[in-house]
Each structure stands twice: as structure tokens, then as C-alpha cells.
Design a protein around this ligand. Structure first.
Ligand SMILES: [Zn+2]
Length: 291
């Protein structure tokens, strides 16, 4: 049971640009905030995800590696902390890519007035952007997969499923064995699930296991060690959350009551530990949903 499972170590406090492998970098947000990718090519660089709130430190990291403006921007999913600076790069000539659900979800949140507001209260601060910020959805959209050959490299964007959001996509670089997982994977950081579906998320991790990875860059948390061990860690977390929530639902009538009874003590040292009740509540609702 929970009490006997070993406590997972605290994440490293890495922050800033780190080298993944030749010409491929991860910008680690630090403290479990959002990570981004920077890939050098024979042409302009490619960036993966972006957040207007951290444009300055991110670009400072980029400029130490390349003076060129980004040629492509690839979005792993629609969330504000992964797409809110698309417009900045578009103005400088970059072409952005994402599944069509990313476009749809950005437009839906913008139309409802929630685009900026939903980030309020979370770090880094977003309140000064309320009412002032538009959206810049991906210029090129697709449904299942798109292969982008650019600057001597191959980027495969593969839609996985509705897990963390409706449009969860990975960027796979088969020649280098590098997988940018977006928020389908977090390292030593509790996941977030407001708009996705936990019932799809566990099987999706089985899909991610099939990529012959050398390196994985997760959506949040420090860079994990080489290989796919991070997928198993995420799988164990979600399986425990599911089992404990299912057990709580047998004892308590409502998802809200059940969620309060779920604890994840092994993960107390991970970033975003306060998110456990939210995750348990979402899991309870997803378990109860009629399919
Ligand atoms: Zn995220």
C-alpha cells in the first residue's frame, strides 16, 4: 500500500537552457514551470512551445546559442503556457504548426474570455495581460501526423489523444531519437488535467513507450536521464492515482468526497504537489463518466 511505497526524490532545481544532444536544446522553466525546445538546423532554428511571460529569459538563452530568428514554431498543445507567444514569432516570419484541435481550443478559450484569466493565480504572473492579449493559433494544422522536413532535419508531429488537453501532440525527431512530449509527460512534477481525460492518458503512455527514444524532453520539470524511464514513472503515478481514486469512490458517494480521501505521499517532494486533490477529483470524474 501507499505507506510502504518508496518516496520519490525531489527534482533537480535546473533552470535555463540545457543541451540535449547535438544542436538540440531544452529550456527548462525551473520549479516545474513550462519547458521549451530549441533545435538548430541548416536553415533557421525551430522552437517548440513558448510563453509570453518568459519571453525575456527564454530568448536570452536562445541568443547565447544562435542569433537567427526562429523559422518554425511547433505547438505540442493549446495551453497558454505553451502557445501564448506564437504571435511574437509569427511577426518575425516564423510558421507555426499544431493539430487543428490546438487552433480550435485556443479560439474557444479566447472567445469565452478565458484565454488569459485561466492562468491567473499561477506563476509567473499573468494578471497584467488580462484584456490585452490576442491569440495566434498555428498557421499549419493537421489531424493525425505531419512530417516536416526543414533545414536538414525531420520533425514528426504525432497526435496522441485527448489526455492532458484535447490536442496532445508529441514532436518526434527519429534521426536523433529525441521526443518532445509536451505535457503528456512531466518529470518529477505532478501532472495537470483540467480539459483532458485520464482514461486515455494511461494507454497513451503505452503508445509513447513505442518510440525508440534516446532522450525525452518533458513539458514540465527537469531534463530526465537518457532513455524512457520517465514514461514508466508517469505510468506508475497515474496507475496509483487511478487505483486510489477508484478505491475512494467505493467508500465515498461523490467524486468531491472521494478526491479528498486520496493521497500521493510518495510524490510529496515533486513540484506542484498541491495539485493532488485536483488530479484526484478529475480522475474521480473521469472514472464515473459514462462511455
Ligand atoms: Zn504545460
Amino acid at each position: 500500500m501507499a505507506s510502504r511505497a518508496k518516496v520519490m526524490p525531489a527534482p533537480a532545481s535546473t533552470q535555463g537552457m540545457v543541451k540535449v544532444t547535438n544542436g538540440i536544446y531544452a529550456y527548462i522553466g525551473g520549479g516545474g514551470t513550462t519547458n521549451f525546445g530549441l533545435i538548430l538546423t541548416n536553415g533557421k532554428p525551430v522552437i517548440i512551445d513558448n510563453d509570453i511571460r518568459v519571453r525575456k529569459p527564454f530568448l536570452a538563452g536562445v541568443r547565447r546559442i544562435t542569433k537567427k530568428d526562429a523559422g518554425l514554431v511547433l505547438n505540442t498543445h493549446h495551453n497558454f503556457d505553451h502557445t501564448s507567444d506564437n504571435g511574437y514569432y509569427a511577426k518575425r516570419g516564423a510558421v507555426s504548426f499544431g493539430v487543428d484541435l490546438v487552433r480550435q481550443e485556443m479560439e474557444r478559450e479566447y472567445a469565452s474570455g478565458n484565454w488569459v484569466k485561466q492562468m491567473a493565480g499561477r506563476g509567473p504572473k499573468v494578471e497584467h495581460f488580462i484584456g490585452k492579449l490576442g491569440i495566434s493559433p498555428p498557421a499549419v494544422t493537421f489531424e493525425e501526423q505531419i512530417d516536416i522536413r526543414y533545414g536538414g532535419r525531420l520533425f514528426q508531429m504525432v497526435y496522441i489523444d485527448r489526455c492532458h488537453t484535447k490536442g496532445d501532440t508529441v514532436v518526434w525527431m527519429p534521426e536523433e531519437g529525441v521526443l518532445f512530449s509536451g505535457d503528456l509527460l512531466t518529470y518529477r512534477t505532478h501532472p495537470v488535467n483540467r480539459l483532458g481525460d485520464f482514461m486515455n492518458w494511461l494507454p497513451a503512455l503505452g503508445v509513447l513507450k513505442k518510440f525508440p527514444v534516446k532522450y525525452i524532453v518533458p513539458g514540465h520539470g527537469p531534463l530526465p536521464p537518457r532513455g524512457g524511464g520517465i514514461v514508466d514513472e508517469n505510468k506508475t503515478y497515474l496507475a496509483r492515482l487511478k487505483n486510489r481514486t477508484a478505491a475512494a469512490l467505493n467508500k465515498h458517494r461523490t467524486p468531491a468526497k472521494a478526491a479528498q480521501a486520496v493521497s500521493m505521499p510518495e510524490y510529496a517532494k515533486w513540484f506542484r504537489a498541491r495539485n493532488v486533490p485536483n488530479n484526484a477529483l478529475k480522475m474521480a470524474k473521469d472514472l464515473r463518466k459514462k462511455r
